[in-house]
Design a protein. Structure first.
Length: 140
């Protein structure tokens, strides 16, 4: 998916993008985002609202990137890892969370996928898969 994203964050800016979208979501819709895994459901609801209104990825790109940064911060805080550049040309934004064990996950892409696929693009399931992969590696 090729999109023009006005402000593609680098790894050092992703946490700020997440903090900014928390404030905007609260101001616009009263959404409470607290970096908990349960708050991923709030993100899904917001993105589902965009989808229901007929919004496209191109129209919502900057917001989707910011929501993806928020989801990435949830991953980092509860699963572990850090923001990294990725050279994977198939990614919407060249940004990934490098999980413990050196596996990458792509929460920004997860949010774009949710807009495109609706409930078939479950951000919660992808978060749970990242959590399970890190737990399996720790047990292995």
């Amino acid at each position: 998916m090729q999109l023009h994203v006005n402000h593609s964050p680098d790894p050092g800016e992703a946490a700020r993008f997440a903090a900014d979208i928390i404030e905007m979501a609260a101001d616009i819709s009263g959404a409470e985002l607290d970096y908990s895994p349960a708050s991923i459901g709030v993100i899904e609801d917001i993105v589902d609202g965009f989808r229901a209104e007929g919004a496209t990825s191109g129209e919502m790109a900057d917001s989707l990137v910011a929501f993806g940064c928020y989801v990435g911060e949830v991953v980092i805080r509860h699963v572990g890892g850090s923001w990294q550049h990725t050279t994977d040309a198939l990614r919407v934004v060249p940004l990934a969370v490098r999980l413990p064990g050196q596996r990458d996950c792509h929460p920004v892409d997860w949010v774009f996928r949710r807009l495109e696929l609706g409930s078939r693009g479950s951000i919660r399931e992808l978060y749970e898969a990242a959590l399970a992969s890190v737990a399996a590696e720790a047990d292995g």
